[in-house]
Write a protein that binds this ligand. Structure first.
Ligand code: CO8
Length: 259
């Protein structure tokens, strides 16, 4: 897939998506959103087992929505921009395989909101995150008020959103916003480890578990548990679950086919 603001590369089942506007610290303008929309809607969900999202260069993952472009929007256009961003980040969040955000440099505003729609967050030790929208007289509206609150709880989310402050990678980790904080030279090995692990696991099982975690956050526990049992039952009609259990009994590695 050829894009102006994105780079897409797939090595076997591991895909790499790079947001590439380094001169603007990879800020999300309409073109990036349009291309993200196309990319996430057209990628081959059967052949990808792990997606890694990163920003071009090491200065920023993404420094937010493009403020220059945003400053020209009317109220109606701003609502549309917000709706578009939210819809695209939901596409990302609902991909049926694990998505890893690799954060080096700044992940701010819409950039952090993009990361919050991913499954695993790996932060380079000098990276900085934050939701500085209030410094512009705005608030996060690519899903940030909702996803951040679900991720870190009311008090930390309110502090971050009301202050607009930047936070270190270590403080992100301390509030549960990072799976790992690593030095630059440790990043590649960690990504490989994740990619290798996820590829060995049953893809249907991961997809269903991801969907349950994602979609049932607002459900009451009894309904969510019912849904869990239903989806678990469905897996038993699939070849992969039989293969996984038989492989264990036969003391061999499972060969999952995603069916
Ligand atoms: N938008 C547009 N351009 C940007 C952005 C951005 N978000 N961030 C950086 N740039 C540009 C700069 O303007 C500069 O361009 P130029 O050289 O042409 O002047 C270039 O990138 C390099 O940036 P700096 O010179 O500022 O680099 P520094 O190292 O001095 O500072 C910072 C780096 C601290 C990251 C700084 O650039 C900064 O504060 N950027 C803005 C961060 C921010 O406020 N992000 C939130 C944006 S709002 C948002 O994301 C809302 C999401 C919801 C939208 C809802 C739709 C309505």
């Amino acid at each position: 897939m050829d894009y102006e603001t994105l780079k897409w590369e797939q090595r076997k089942a591991v895909a790499y998506l790079t947001i590439s506007r380094p001169k603007s610290l990879n800020a999300l303008n309409l073109k990036v959103l349009e291309e993200l929309d196309h990319c996430l809607s057209h990628l081959d969900k059967q052949s990808v087992r792990v997606l890694i999202i990163q920003g071009a260069g090491d200065k920023a993952f993404v420094a937010g929505a493009d403020i220059k472009e945003m400053s020209e929007l009317t109220a109606k256009e701003a609502e549309e921009f917000s709706n578009t961003g939210q819809r695209i980040f939901s596409l990302l969040e609902n991909l049926p395989f694990p998505v890893i955000a690799l954060i080096q440099g700044f992940a701010l505003g819409g950039g952090l909101e993009l990361a919050l729609a991913c499954d695993i967050l790996i932060l380079e030790e000098n990276s900085k995150i934050g939701l500085p929208e209030v410094t512009l007289g705005l608030f996060p509206s690519f899903g940030g008020t909702q996803r951040l609150t679900r991720a870190v709880g009311f008090y930390k989310a309110k502090e971050m959103i009301f202050s607009g402050n930047f936070y270190t990678a270590q403080s992100a980790y301390n509030m549960g916003l990072a799976n790992h904080v690593l030095s630059k030279d440790q990043l590649e090995a960690k990504l490989e480890e994740y990619a290798e692990t996820f590829q060995k696991r049953g893809p249907l099982a991961i997809a269903k578990a991801k969907k349950l975690i994602q979609n049932n956050k607002g459900l009451n526990l009894a309904l969510a548990l019912k849904e869990e049992a239903k989806e678990f039952g469905i897996l038993f009609d699939k070849e992969d679950s039989r293969e996984g259990m038989h492989a264990f009994i036969e003391k061999r590695s499972p060969q999952f086919k995603g069916i």
